[in-house]
Unconditional design. Structure first.
Length: 248
């Protein structure tokens, strides 16, 4: 098992990509700290992992709050004695609107969760990894490399995550901490599916040369590889898993 005895924090692990990653990590032998702002989703993810014979526990945390990120790392060390892997995945889509009309509070909320949340994660995860080394994966998006209309906060935050990942990776490259970002195309999760009607979903499919949206498990496989020693020479990188979206 490629993550045997590793301890991993996954934020936003109650749903979608985070949940699929938590399940895959547990199957790979990791002790998984499932973190989410939603107690209900987080607890049910832990139950599912335990039912399949994995090891996990839930910590409620709001990624937008520095003190919650600090407490999450502290509780992880208390429970499992170490931190080897962190996946900063929690994120929201935010409101849709043109930049010239975009709601100020919507902008702030998306930046707080999707960008500052990743910084707060790194801010407390890195010190906990300095002794033994580790691997951190930040979940960006294709929209961390390309723009789209009507989601300026999301696009800005995800571009920010890609840049922050490079900056932090350079600082810790010689300290055995690898830090990378991933860029999913549109994935079949509540984040995408709940906000779109059928016509909008069909239009999204058309943006992916592979002819369909992605599944959370397909992103989890990439995150697992980056988390594991198989990616031992990989740091500061951005990896897309996008059905060809960015190749166009
Ligand atoms: P999702 O909505 O299925 O799950 C997100 C989880 O994050 C939920 O369980 C939610 O409760 C949690 N969350 C929300 N706000 C939080 C906060 N402040 N603190 C802690 N947890 C919080 O979403 P998903 O599609 O699985 O997205 C996961 C990540 O992948 C996000 O960063 C998203 O931007 C990114 N992403 C998604 C897609 C996609 O098409 N679904 C594409 C590219 C990138």
């Amino acid at each position: 098992k490629i993550l045997e005895n590793k301890v991993a924090i996954i934020t936003g692990a109650g749903s979608g990509i985070g949940k699929a990653t938590a399940e895959l990590f547990a199957k790979a032998g990791a002790k998984v700290v499932v973190s989410d702002i939603s107690e209900k989703n987080g607890n049910s993810a832990v139950e599912d992992i335990k039912k399949s014979g994995g090891e996990a526990f839930f910590v409620k945390a709001d990624s937008a709050k520095p003190e919650d990120n600090q407490a999450l790392v502290e509780q992880t060390i208390k429970q499992y004695g170490a931190l080897d892997i962190a996946v900063n995945n929690a994120g929201i889509g935010g409101p849709l609107g043109a930049t010239g009309e975009y709601p100020i509070d919507g902008w702030q909320k998306v930046i707080d969760i999707n960008l500052s949340g990743v910084f707060y994660g790194l801010r407390y995860q890195i010190p906990a990894m300095l002794e033994k080394g580790g691997s951190i994966i930040n979940v960006a998006s294709i929209l961390g490399q390309a723009g789209t209309k009507y989601s300026p906060a999301y696009v800005a935050a995800k571009h920010g995550v890609v840049g922050l990942t490079k900056a932090a990776a350079l600082e810790y490259a010689d300290k055995k901490i690898r830090i990378n970002s991933v860029g999913p195309g549109y994935i079949n999760t509540p984040l995408v599916m709940n906000s779109l009607d059928e016509a909008a979903r069909a239009a999204l499919v058309g943006l992916h040369p592979i002819g369909r949206l992605g599944e959370s498990e397909e992103i989890a496989e990439l995150i697992l590889w980056l988390a594991s020693a198989k990616a031992s020479f990989v740091t500061g990188a951005y990896y897309a898993a996008d059905g060809g979206y960015l190749a166009q």
